[in-house]
Design a protein around this ligand. Structure first.
Ligand code: ADP
Length: 608
């Protein structure tokens, strides 16, 4: 994989490999392209010879008809060339368009995988790659193919034509041409670096502007407009500087063309008297000049300009796309094991924050959740309960420390195993447009009708099922209430054999009686049940309660927390009810309040 300081040579090699592979996929198209290319440059190949004959055999020999006939032959060659151009573009599309489609696949695939991999962040640069850079590569690849083949044919034609007209003098074209090319190619390495800076700063502008636009509300709310402006401005300045440096590199191109293209012309003019004296005609010298000024010079200029701008853009942009298309590797370097030993869940020194410079939401937490335990998480809104649930479910990757299931780091479990071992049910229950049965069986397609019936009756879905029209009825998710969607999501999880269920306020839209029934059924199925509790009644049913407040965390039974954690007492006290009611568990139906945030304990925190 390349990086921002990537070696230009390795970038060029990578790109050459990718382009060659793209070309090799279409061998027949390449043969047709070569054939039509020769026809396309036929006017050029004939031009010097035709002009020489038109002058020597025609106009200078007093036979204007012959002169005009040669010029007419050149005009016919131009028409044939135009016809060939039409075919060349068609063949070019056959090669370039599939290449573009492959790039789009690779960019989208890479971005999606990076964004959805455990702990991944949205890949905002992918939009710039998709909308801009893929088109840059497509256009420049096609342009470079056109230029390369016309340079080869034109340069070869010019050298051969010159040699045929002026004998060995024609070969004098080669040294300056090769010197000009060598000078240009030797500067390509540094040009590639500059071009890469240009692409990176371009992405930087898109990325920073996108981030600021996305967070505009927060930026304004925090009064951070100046900082946001400065951040975007820095990227714009860097991009402008890269643009200026690139413009300066144009001087190298001009010098290469002067040496490789104009020196042969000067050489021909200098030796013209000697050529005339040694038997060459005015027509041959004019024809040689045509080859140099109409064939070699424009072909060299086009190649140098094309390579120096479009070619470099192609190398750098394509290298970047290849890099962006690479799939992320699993977070752990170890081979993925697929068999946890038991289902104890362990957080070992786990720290997690939502950004490199953000305060940790979970800080240095050690927690053991034995297999089969019913655990509730409580705490004020924003305390980190969902984050902890995400860490336990392995949808979040810790910055430090480790989460283990059955002794195996969750990052080492292959995704299929992980899916089979734990189910996370979020607050926003996802019901898709399909039949009721498809929705219920989604996580466990092997569930039988009898198992569906048992789950539906136990969890209280029967009346909804009847109203919808049975298992085969198609569900319109928009017509279901939030509570009904949650019931379907809970039943879907219940039907799986997963030994660990994690409910992140997954029953918050159910009434207290329905919620109690759901938790009773889920506890009864065996396995570990972790509930981010929405109501105190939910916490009271758990064997252990984890109380969270930012990066602080304590745990114990309801009684232990009442005795030791002022915040827990405050949270419970929000319902304005007596201690007897709390102790006797008559708190059903009360939701957790917002805040207060304060001291968690009067004494112990510990490892359960
Ligand atoms: P809870 O579930 O207790 O309400 P969360 O775990 O959702 O708390 O959030 C804990 C903290 O992390 C909050 O300050 C919240 O703003 C922040 N947070 C949650 N999700 C994100 C996210 N995707 N990006 C940045 N910050 C987040």
């Amino acid at each position: 994989m390349t990086s921002d300081t990537a070696d230009p040579t390795s970038a060029t090699n990578t790109v050459a490999r990718v382009l060659l592979a793209a070309l090799c996929r279409h061998p027949r198209a390449l043969v047709r392209l070569a054939a039509w290319s020769v026809l396309e440059v036929a006017p050029l190949l004939l031009s010097g010879y035709g002009v020489a004959r038109a002058l020597d055999d025609g106009f200078l020999a007093g036979r204007p008809g012959t002169g005009l006939a040669w010029l007419g032959a050149l005009a016919v060659a131009v028409l044939a060339g135009a016809l060939a151009t039409r075919h060349v573009y068609r063949i070019l599309a056959e090669i370039v368009e599939p290449f573009r489609d492959d790039l789009v696949d690779s960019v989208v695939g890479g971005a999606l995988q990076r964004s959805t991999v455990l702990g991944g962040r949205p890949d905002s640069g992918a939009v710039a790659r998709l909308t801009h850079q893929v088109e840059v590569v497509r256009d420049n690849f096609a342009g470079l193919l056109l230029l390369a083949r016309s340079f080869v044919v034109s340069a070869a034609g010019a050298v051969v034509g010159m040699a045929a007209l002026t004998g060995v003098v024609g070969l004098l074209v080669l040294p300056p041409l090769l010197a000009g090319l060598a000078f240009f190619l030797s500067s390509l390495r540094s040009m590639t670096t500059r071009q890469r800076d240009h692409v990176l700063t371009d992405e930087g502008v898109a990325d920073s502007a996108g981030t600021v636009a996305h967070s505009l509300r927060d930026v304004v709310a925090c009064g951070a407009e100046d900082r946001a402006y400065a951040r975007v401005q820095r990227q714009v300045d860097a991009h402008a500087e890269a643009e200026r440096t690139l413009a300066r590199m144009a001087a190298v191109r001009t010098l290469s063309v002067a040496v490789g293209g104009w020196l042969p012309v000067v050489g021909l003019l200098v030796v013209a008297p000697w050529l005339l004296g040694s038997g060459s005609t005015l027509g041959t010298i004019a024809g040689a000049l045509v080859y140099l000024t109409q064939g070699l010079l424009p072909a060299l200029r086009a190649l140098v300009d094309g390579l120096g701008s479009g070619g470099l853009r192609l190398v750098v942009t394509l290298d970047r796309l290849v890099e962006a298309g690479e799939r992320p590797v699993p977070s752990s370097g170890t081979a993925r094991r697929s068999a946890p030993h038991g289902y104890d869940l362990v957080l070992d020194g786990v720290t997690f924050s939502y950004g490199r410079h953000a305060e940790p939401v979970v800080n240095q937490v050690d927690l053991v959740i034995p297999e089969g335990q019913h655990l509730a998480m409580v705490g004020p809104s924003g305390a980190g309960k969902s984050t902890l649930a995400g860490l336990l479910a392995a949808t979040h990757v810790p910055d430090c420390g480790e989460v283990r299931l059955g002794g195996v780091p969750v990052g080492d479990l292959d995704p299929q195993t992980l899916v089979g071992h734990r189910v996370l049910i979020p607050q926003e229950a996802y019901v898709f447009a399909g039949t009721v049965e498809e929705n219920l069986r989604y996580l466990h397609p092997g569930a039988t009708r009898a198992e569906l019936d048992t789950a539906v009756d136990a969890l209280g879905l029967r009346s909804m099922m009847t109203r919808l029209g049975g298992y085969d009825a198609v569900v319109d998710p928009g017509t279901l209430s939030a509570g009904e969607r949650q019931l379907i999501a809970v039943a879907r999880a219940h039907l799986t054999p997963a030994p660990v269920l994690i409910l992140d306020e997954a029953t918050c839209h159910l009434d207290p009686v329905a919620e109690e029934r759901v938790e009773r059924v889920l506890t009864g199925r065996g396995g570990t049940l972790i509930v981010v509790a929405h109501r105190i009644s939910s916490a009271l049913r758990a064997q252990r309660i984890v109380l969270m407040n930012g990066a602080e965390m304590v745990w114990g039974t309801h009684g232990e927390l009442l005795a030791t954690a002022p915040l827990y007492r405050d949270l419970v006290g929000q319902w304005d009810i007596g201690q007897e009611n709390i102790a006797s568990g008559r708190l059903a139906g009360r939701s957790w309040p917002e805040g207060p945030r304060g001291t968690l304990t009067s004494g112990t925190t510990g490892r359960y």
